[in-house]
Design a protein around this ligand. Structure first.
Ligand SMILES: *Cc1c(COP(=O)(O)O)cnc(C)c1O
Length: 426
């Protein structure tokens, strides 16, 4: 991706020039920034909660007005009828994650979707009971996995294999992941990795991992909470069985909004898969005949349970339109540069102030850099916050900074490192 080499400079003028040459710079105006001292804050927590797109309010109000004027008829009439509302997001979502439309659906929230997918794709047997995941997986994923293992009558202590970095290293090596899959594959029912890892910012080689796991007869799923809207994904071609993500991080859909699900096309017509069913996943032609037998919609939509919350879909629509206009390849190119520029400026700070734990290889990361400081990181974070910088702290000692290419600028990065320099010293 970073085929074009840019020679970075440390001056403010250089940051301004990079912004002037940025073909995506106008997207910044589509977002509402928190304000600090009369200026837009330096917002580097788009990996936690993305900013509000200006259009979100318009679309939510539009749905509220339809409800006001039409009542239940809003399902079929009005500006955007609610019946097929979620379908408006399907093609954009498919382009966003490199999938076919039949493979994706926007529904529920991430942890809920992870459970639904494990119901279908974690089928342990006595010979093959295990789940392979990261030792450093997001806590909700660890709880979900342990509870599924227990639900099937197996033992989380024995039946969850955890990938940990080598002694003295902070991130995983692809070769070690592949080697573990090869050595233990016959006992593994499901390989489940987060991409990118929320704490280290490390991105994994999804195609290689999927290939290795399928060779051993394992099912493969990815948690893309930090991948959707951040990495350039090609889910269909990489071939995992499923993926799940939330839409409030890089996707700017708003707090607690609906997540997304990918189910590979090879499962689209498989009615024999175990699944938890609900009426919204039932064949659209016969849904309102209210019959007793479930007939799944082919593809990911067949996993829908309930009729979806329209206001959340409305806000998310505003953001997905922007992603569709910007396109992931262009965003990824900018993101690569933005993060490399952050890395360049951090490397110029006096020795010992900060250590970057995210991989240096651009192919092994997205927007986020995870930083370790020699001084008390919590106090440092407080100082950054009061200087108008939004980034966050994750236990035990990591400050995460994620310039989001859709709305962050090179000048944001320049200002961020300036504030950091002033405060990391004292
Ligand atoms: C953010 C995040 C979650 C949060 O789950 P919700 O169900 O949306 O609250 C779960 N897993 C990972 C890896 C995350 O990054």
């Amino acid at each position: 991706m970073s085929s074009e080499v840019v020679r970075f400079e440390a001056s403010e003028e250089f940051a301004r020039r990079m912004d002037a040459e940025d073909s995506l710079r106008s997207f910044r105006e589509e977002f509402l920034f928190p304000v600090h001292d009369g200026e837009p804050a330096i917002y580097f927590v788009g990996n936690s909660l993305g900013l509000q797109p200006r259009k979100a309010k318009t679309y939510v109000l539009e749905a509220l007005e339809d409800w006001e004027k039409l009542g239940v008829e809003g399902h079929f009439r009005g500006t955007r009828p609610w019946m097929p509302y979620h379908e408006m997001l399907t093609e954009q979502t498919a382009r966003l994650v490199g999938a076919h439309p039949i493979e994706v659906v926007v529904m529920n929230t991430l942890s809920v979707n992870l459970h639904l997918m494990m119901v279908s794709f974690y089928q342990p047997t006595r010979e093959r009971p295990k789940i392979l995941m990261e030792a450093g997986a997001f806590p909700s994923d660890q709880y979900a996995v342990a509870s599924q293992v227990r639900f099937h009558g197996y033992d989380p202590d024995k039946d969850i294999l955890r990938l940990a970095p080598r002694e003295g290293e902070e991130t995983l090596r692809t070769e070690d992941i592949l080697d573990t899959i090869e050595r233990h594959g016959r006992e593994i029912a499901l390989v489940l990795l987060g991409n990118v890892n929320y704490l280290t910012g490390q991105a994994f080689d999804m195609a290689a991992i999927t290939r290795a796991a399928h060779k051993q007869g394992c099912r493969v799923g990815f948690d893309l909470a930090h991948g959707a809207g951040n990495l350039q994904l090609s889910l269909h071609d990489d071939g995992p069985d499923f993926a799940v993500w939330c839409s409030y991080k890089y996707l700017n859909g708003g707090p607690g909004t609906l997540g997304g699900v990918f189910v590979h096309e090879r499962h689209a017509h498989n009615k024999a898969l175990p699944r938890f069913a609900g009426w919204w996943g039932h064949d659209k032609q016969t849904r309102f005949q209210m019959g007793p037998d479930f007939e799944p919609i082919p593809g990911a939509e067949g996993w829908l349970l309930s009729n979806p919350p329209i206001f959340q879909l409305a806000a998310l629509r505003a953001s997905l339109e922007l992603f569709d206009r910007a396109t992931m390849p262009a965003l990824r190119r900018k993101s690569d540069r933005l993060t490399a520029y952050l890395e360049f400026l951090l490397d110029r700070l006096p020795p010992g102030v900060v250590r970057i734990t995210t991989p240096r290889d651009p192919k092994q990361r997205g927007a986020q850099l995870s930083l370790r400081f020699s001084k008390d990181p919590r106090r440092l974070l407080e100082k950054l916050n009061s200087a108008g910088v939004h980034c966050d702290f994750r236990s035990p000692d990591i400050i995460r900074a994620a310039p989001a290419p859709l709305y962050n600028s090179f000048h944001d990065v320049y200002r961020f490192v300036g504030v950091l320099e002033r405060h990391a010293r004292d």
